[in-house]
Write a protein that binds this ligand. Structure first.
Ligand SMILES: [Zn+2]
Length: 580
């Protein structure tokens, strides 16, 4: 076994956190790609069809530009639209089929939950998901043991995984020698070493929905618990891909920007030796994914009849563990950015929930803004992006942001200041508050009309002050949509609540006008081609019959500042982001 390769994969797994194993194969997703980037002119696109389990690159391409901290890349697949960005579900089930529970296949759940997550958070990199059926037949323990897996299945998984996740500095050697077994957890992430070939998620069913305890019995008391826990794990791993890809995304130049120092000094990424976290504190890497996983899985479950999760209980369980941890030793502190084991998940999820209770805006900071702010913060002060991004996005009160040290001191004091139940009650959110919390990503999260008709429903309001009907999209009350300029979107709506657009929030009910440019109205359907202009970056959807039902549409990626425009490269319209 090649030592260098193992070191790199160790780092990858540290970054991606939770890891996985299993056999067979099929996939969904893929698409067209007729692009080329100037930086790729010397390399051939090895995967121009965006096929699954296939590398786009076997060597690191030349950066299109660079600055003191980052090399900026335009990978071949970046020309792929949001709708066609691959989400590959690769199944391996020679030694154990993927089970069905409650009459519904886990393949359906995985497919829908990942799609739901994509349409909620957005997705800027291709993802290969490795879904493994292998059962731990020779051992009662809840791990996938290498000897349990047929050689052919093991080889197939190892080859496919290494093909898209091997570090490009040592590609062929890594592909030849990789052995991912034994797998000890589910996993997901996007590593700098394999960045040109996209992200990965690993879901071994023997460690997720078919998890066994040490007696060989199901780890779950009921199917409801199995579904709740497993949904969370799937969404948690998707969130790892999301948070780790966003931190590399330069929104101004639309490049994937990789820190030079991580390649020249890999020890920066070793949590046992680093004096500061290379990217996020462990309690944000894992606590953030746990926070996001609970929220996303609850939102998705809410769209399914007969299936619910209990996100309040999931958060309360984490808070209980965090409370006990901090109560157990006065020296324990959130200043320990490498909080290891389960406490990283629990302390982090609790800290983010606490922040949400301090200021409503901190929900979106936890779901999106912290990660999107990392890139600019890291450029401004290399090695401190993890801290400065925190201080750029989390509100202390209505007008000021926390410093990290202020927050750490406040949280350490707070979690020891009262009984467990009193403290829990002071930060708890209701199930509806969690399900309907508005996630506003900075990248596109809405499929266009060629891929989906967006189903808009009307129902009684469930969160916030006031009463009356509200629009629900993807099960979320008055969901904010993030769309792409110039693209066409189609909505279906109930006939009693005509769905309209305006540049004024609440439209004609607030003195605004109906926006009709590029709009076609059908029978209970409406189609709109989003304006491509730096002067219209936000539209609002509203009901022409009733006030207060609607929400916001954020329009990204303007390519024209006045009139038409070409693709890519040049003048960005009204996009945010300063930097460089
Ligand atoms: Zn994780």
């Amino acid at each position: 076994m090649n030592n260098k390769f193992w070191l790199v994969f160790f780092i990858t797994f540290i970054m991606t956190a939770c890891g996985g194993g299993g056999g067979g194969s099929s996939y969904s997703g893929s698409s067209n790609n007729s692009s080329s980037g100037s930086s790729n002119s010397t390399l051939t696109n090895l995967n121009s069809a965006n096929a699954c389990k296939k590398a786009w690159y076997t060597t690191m391409p030349t950066a299109s530009s660079s600055n003191t901290v980052f090399n900026n890349y335009s990978f071949f697949w970046q020309a792929t639209s949001f709708e066609n960005m691959p989400v590959c579900e690769n199944y391996y089930e020679l030694t154990g089929p993927i089970l069905s529970v409650g009459g519904v296949s886990w393949k359906t759940y995985i497919n829908e939950l990942v799609e739901y997550s994509k349409n909620t958070l957005g997705q800027i990199v291709p993802v290969n998901i490795f879904i493994l059926g292998a059962a731990a037949t020779s051992s009662p323990y809840d791990k996938i043991i290498s000897s349990d897996v047929l050689t052919v299945e093991r080889t197939s998984y190892n080859t496919d995984f290494a093909t898209v996740q091997a570090p490009l500095s040592d590609y062929s050697n890594a592909v030849t020698n990789y052995d991912g077994f034994p797998l000890e957890s589910a996993g997901g992430g996007y590593s700098h070493e394999a960045a040109p070939n996209g992200a990965d998620i690993q879901l071994p069913q023997g460690l997720v929905w078919n998890k066994k305890n040490s007696s060989g019995n199901s780890d779950f008391a009921s199917d409801a618990e199995r579904i709740q826990q497993s949904f969370k794990v799937i969404a948690h791993e998707y969130f790892h891909v999301y948070q780790n890809s966003l931190k590399f995304y330069n929104e101004a130049s639309k490049t994937i920007s990789l820190p030079k120092a991580w390649f020249s000094n890999p020890s920066l990424l070793d949590p046992s030796s680093a004096s500061t976290p290379a990217y996020f504190p462990w309690y944000i890497e894992e606590g953030g994914a746990e926070f996001g996983g609970i929220v996303l899985s609850a939102k998705y479950a809410n769209t399914k009849t007969g299936i619910t999760t209990n996100p309040v209980q999931q958060f309360e369980d984490h808070f209980g563990q965090a409370f006990d941890y901090f109560a157990g030793d006065a020296g324990r502190s959130l200043a320990d950015f490498n909080l290891t084991g389960n406490i990283g998940y629990s302390a982090g999820a609790s800290a983010l929930l606490y922040l949400w209770s301090v200021d409503e805006r901190n929900f979106n900071a936890a779901m999106s803004k912290y990660y999107t702010s990392w890139q600019e913060a890291e450029l401004a002060r290399s090695g401190n992006g993890w801290q400065d991004a925190f201080e750029d996005v989390f509100w202390k009160n209505g007008t000021e942001y926390y410093t990290l040290s202020e927050f750490v001191t406040e949280f350490n004091t707070w979690i020891r200041s009262d009984t467990k139940s009193n403290l829990w009650n002071s930060i708890a959110k209701t199930s509806n508050e969690i399900i309907h919390a508005d996630i506003i990503p900075t990248t596109v999260n809405t499929p266009n009309s060629t891929s989906k008709t967006i189903d808009v429903q009307a129902a009684a309001k469930v969160v916030g002050a006031g009463t009356g009907n509200r629009y629900f999209i993807d099960g979320v009350q008055q969901k904010t949509l993030v769309v792409k300029a110039g693209q066409t979107y189609k909505f279906s709506y109930p006939s009693a609540h005509p769905f309209k657009f305006s540049t004024t929030s609440n439209g004609t009910h607030a003195g605004g006008n109906e926006y009709t440019s590029g709009v076609t109205v059908g029978t209970n359907e409406i189609t709109i081609t989003m304006p491509n202009s730096s002067s219209v970056t936000t539209l609002y959807y509203y009901c022409s019959a009733h006030s207060g039902m609607g929400g916001t549409i954020l329009i990204k990626d303007q390519t024209a500042s006045s009139g038409g425009g070409g693709l890519g490269g040049g003048g960005l319209g009204g996009g945010g982001g300063s930097g460089y």
